[in-house]
Design a binder for this molecule. Structure first.
Ligand SMILES: [Zn+2]
Length: 353
């Protein structure tokens, strides 16, 4: 088996704190887990430790802007996700640092949207307290858990301090980079157009530069499908919507004008697509996987193929398409359902890391 498919999910509510914990988090994730169980496949969840730690700290607040009973279900689910064949990895949305509640609403700090913009001591604090929160629910000594990081909103750049802090806290992989993509909006920018043309690489300063050591970047799989296919995907997924009973808002750190710049940037970037099992039809998931496999067919060793999904947009439509994709994956002899830890051992055995 040369290709390791790692199915990941960013486990969180919407970036402004909206979205019901039961309908937008627990229930769609239960649906994904039920599907994966049929294939004995694991789900590798990037749990936004910062937001759930903030919720946990406000569970007794009389105006808590979330359902406390649903938070208990979230915490139980995180514990389940921390056991084989699944795993829990570290995700941080820094706007939740110092979150407070006023009149039944979250007050979040949108100036802290991108972890790459934070001073080192705040990065260290976010990573330490994130790990500490996860450790309340999962066993970190299990090598499956908390080995990998993904920056909230993909905002890891400039990455030197984040990478240094991750290495210092024993997090040896990162899975934020989606090669070829970018977002030009000022408040939540990222730019991964110059990612190395390799299936993974070590990085210690610039996350897009190959270095001899540091944190191992295991990128989200992308492919250049072209504008026509991309437009077809957008058409087909237009009515996909939210999970049953879930609603929320994608409001973030940008003024309307900046958001427009972001949208235009995305349009300019049309054609490069992430392997996203919440928003892509099955044919596109299969095509991206096939293209990626042939692109790296000459590479040595096991190739990680990282798929991404989000609970908050995992709809009934996503479920149907993911089922078809999993069925296809199960029939591919060179492709196996894997995890970060399993891939890491296979990729680095016999090599110093
Ligand atoms: Zn996120």
């Amino acid at each position: 088996m040369n290709y390791h498919l790692i199915l990941t999910l960013d486990y969180e509510v919407f970036g402004n704190g909206s979205g019901c914990l039961c309908h937008c988090v627990v229930e769609p994730v239960d649906k994904v887990l039920a599907l994966l169980e049929e294939y004995a496949a694991g789900l590798h969840c990037f749990v936004d430790a910062t937001e759930f730690a903030a919720m946990s700290a406000h569970a007794d607040h009389r105006d808590a802007p979330f359902d406390v009973r649903c938070l208990s279900r979230v915490e139980e689910q995180i514990a389940t996700l921390g056991s084989a064949p699944h795993s829990v990895q570290l995700h941080i949305h820094p706007q939740w640092i110092g979150a407070s509640v006023r009149e039944g609403k979250w007050l979040l700090d949108y100036d802290r949207w991108r972890i790459g913009n934070l001073p080192r001591r705040e990065i260290d604090h976010a990573i330490t307290s994130g790990i500490r929160f996860l450790e309340r629910h999962i066993d970190r000594s299990d090598e499956r858990n908390c080995q990998c990081f993904r920056a909230g909103g993909w905002g890891i750049q400039p990455a030197a301090e984040v990478l240094s802090s991750l290495a210092q806290h024993g997090v040896r992989m990162d899975s934020t980079v989606a090669p070829g993509t970018r977002n030009r909006a000022q408040g939540d920018w990222f730019d991964f157009r110059r990612a190395p043309d390799t299936p993974y690489w070590y990085s210690d300063t610039d996350i897009l530069l190959h270095s001899g050591s540091g944190v191992l970047e295991v990128p989200i799989t992308t492919a250049r499908l072209g504008r026509v296919a991309h437009a077809k995907i957008l058409r087909e997924s237009r009515n996909s919507g939210f999970p049953t009973g879930c609603s929320g808002s994608y409001d973030g750190p940008n003024s309307r004008l900046q958001s427009l710049a972001g949208k235009l940037g995305k349009l300019a970037n049309m054609g490069v697509v992430m392997l996203d099992f919440s928003t892509l039809p099955a044919w596109a998931l299969i095509e991206i996987t096939q293209r990626y496999m042939s692109r790296f067919s000459a590479a040595n060793g096991p190739i990680p193929i990282v798929a991404i999904g989000h609970n908050k947009n995992f709809s009934r439509w996503s479920e149907i398409n993911l089922r078809q994709y999993l069925e296809w994956v199960a029939g591919q002899s060179e492709l196996t359902f894997s995890s970060y830890s399993k891939w890491f051992v296979a990729a680095t055995s016999g090599r110093a890391v």
